[in-house]
Design a binder for this molecule. Structure first.
Ligand code: AR6
Length: 369
């Protein structure tokens, strides 16, 4: 997946290069710098001595020595003073220069820590936002797998704060589900009794509202039942027609509904989008996308199908259809699905923004999984 946010120790990352948040002398230090030097062994310091330091905002590359990564790209982030001393430009430059070096070396994967977000005091959320924005920009024109490694447990709490509305949305859904479960648990004989003394969650809902919800729920179920009966009838007729006309199974299957891939490519054409526009927006790499293009039987994961649907900005109904064709659905009983629904309901289709929220809630990300 092109941009992947992970919680890990960067010295353990099995990538072409890891980035070190170093200082201008390049001779080791504390934080991630210390951890990288310890894990790489003395060869790294020996090579660093030959580099004559590095200016703030710049980057230099060495081998990885005992690390799983082949290379270390050393960059020097700014010390944060008050945000009015060019800190942001320098931090942007750290990410850009490191990515340029990786590109020159034709590396396929790179992992960044949150540069300057430790000893150098850059506010963590801002440091995170700068990192995501530079990396996204780079990935618009380049194919590379970039990991943003978030080590600090505080970071999760900080980023969760900006998603407080999502938390509310999830807890509302939990309350709704509990109410429904309560209702269905009520024994048949006690229905009238239950109506006169409805189950309330935290005593929050008045009687009239609960009955209203109950009626709406019944109507919804009836609607779904009627729709399902319609589908079953059509399917039964199709099956019957197939047997009556002595049609072979393979001929019959050919007539079956359009596959999720066919629907996907039809939607891409209708929207006059190019393949790279779609797979980049979806946070999917080119290799996976060409597998989907070339293999009609390719079984994609739910996060992949969802990411593609979001990249196409499919309205909810069409997104549900695409998911259904691929064998998936969005429910309101798990956090991952609720977060996706939250964004779709608000007409927000930015896969990276959604991924930040998913990461904050400890969910798997959208893209190629
Ligand atoms: N893996 C991933 N991230 C880590 C790790 C790790 N093993 N260890 C720390 N971090 P910092 P800076 C995170 O202080 O602010 C050094 O002494 C950490 O939680 O390492 O750029 C250098 O020599 C934080 O989010 O780097 C310099 O003198 C991020 O890495 C100075 O510190 C950066 O924290 C550089 O300060």
């Amino acid at each position: 997946m092109p941009l992947n946010i992970v919680r890990n120790d960067i010295t353990k990352m099995n990538v072409d290069a890891i980035v070190n948040a170093a200082n201008e002398r390049l001779l080791g230090g504390g934080g991630v710098d210390g951890a990288i030097h310890r894990a790489a062994g003395p060869g790294l310091l020996a090579e660093c001595r030959t580099l004559n330091g590095c200016r703030t905002g710049d980057a230099k590359i060495t081998k990885g020595y005992d690390l799983p990564a082949k290379y270390v790209i050393h960059t020097v982030g700014p010390v944060y003073r008050d945000g009015r001393h060019g800190e942001e430009e320098l931090l942007i430059s750290c990410y850009r220069k490191s990515l340029e070096i990786a590109k020159e070396k034709e590396l396929e994967s790179i992992a960044f820590p949150l540069i300057s977000a430790g000893v150098y005091g850059y506010p963590k959320q801002e440091a995170f936002d700068v990192a995501v924005s530079v990396i996204r920009d780079f990935l618009k024109d380049n194919d590379m797998t970039v990991y943003l490694v978030v080590f600090d447990p505080d970071m999760l709490a900080i980023s969760k704060k900006q998603f407080s509305e999502i938390r509310e949305y999830i807890s509302d859904a939990v309350v709704r589900r509990r109410m429904e479960a309560e209702r269905y648990r009520t024994p048949e004989g006690n229905r009238t009794e239950a109506r006169s003394a409805p189950p309330t969650v935290g005593g929050a809902l008045p009687q009239s509202q609960v009955s209203g919800l109950f009626r709406k729920r019944k109507k919804d179920i009836q609607k779904k039942k009627t729709a399902a009966e319609g589908i079953h009838k059509a399917e039964a007729e199709q099956t019957e027609a197939c047997f009556l006309s002595d049609e072979s199974l393979s001929d019959w299957l050919k007539k079956s509904d359009e596959s999720w891939q066919t629907m996907l490519f039809r939607c891409i054409d209708e929207r006059k989008l190019t393949d790279p526009e779609v797979y980049r927006r979806a946070n999917i790499d080119r290799k996976l996308f060409s597998k989907i293009r070339s293999n009609a039987d390719y079984k994609a994961s739910k996060p992949t199908v969802l990411a593609l649907g979001l990249a196409l900005k499919l309205p909810r109904k069409e997104l549900d259809e695409l998911l259904m064709k691929a064998g998936f659905a969005l429910s309101d009983s798990n956090v991952f699905d609720l977060i996706i629904s939250y964004f779709i309901n608000r007409g927000e289709y930015d896969v990276m923004k959604i991924n930040e929220a998913l990461f904050s809630f400890d969910q798997s990300l959208l893209g190629n999984i």
